[in-house]
Design a protein around this ligand. Sequence first.
Ligand code: ITT
Length: 212
Amino acid sequence: MKIDTPILVATSNPHKLAEIAAVMAPLGIEVVGLDEAGVNLPEPVEDGETFEANARLKAVYYAARTGRLCLADDSGLEVEALGGRPGVQSARYAGIGATRGERDAANNVKLLIELRDIPPDRRAARFVCAMCLADATGRVLAETRGEFPGIIIDRPRGTNGFGYDPLLLLPDVGLTSAELSPSEKNRRSHRGFAARAMAGWFLRNSAASGGA
Ligand code: ITT
């Protein structure tokens, strides 16, 4: 099939966009975010019960309204001791903060409060990322998923990344996700896996029609 690039990524989160672009660019797949593309639609209500449902909802919504091929990422943190919370509520867990940075900081504080009586050996958690690609008519073409397991520590460490990155420790390297370089995070992360699987879909499907 003919793939129109740059591919619209249905996100207003610049960190997600940068991480997805870093996977796609070396493969010759260009992406553009909602802001850069000048898409100024009201955000859809993310009321799905799963990451997959919300990724689908965002991809279909923006694809159908812009008439463009559209890739969406819905992601978040699942903490075992909290029964999988904050899960699909990860972005709005604390429910306060005017800016993305303030919301991330408030979410991290809330998570540490909720886990304060949980010992280190019961702090398993994982980031999950669901990606969905929809065509210009809003039809779902491909869906992928990635997971990034670790342990929640009791104080933030590191300045790279965003969101809950400073709280997810990777025991094998003794670093938090926010202490990884961007390329190392992408190599291991939920988003890196989901984006590479999606890149595979692009390459298979554009090759079949003789090029993107
Ligand atoms: P869009 O819906 O516009 O894409 P968003 O940030 O609101 O942006 P989500 O609804 O998917 O995206 O919420 C994802 C939240 O999960 C995000 O705000 C972070 O708090 C957290 N999260 C997801 N991926 C993460 C990562 O790689 N590192 C740290 N936190 C992450």
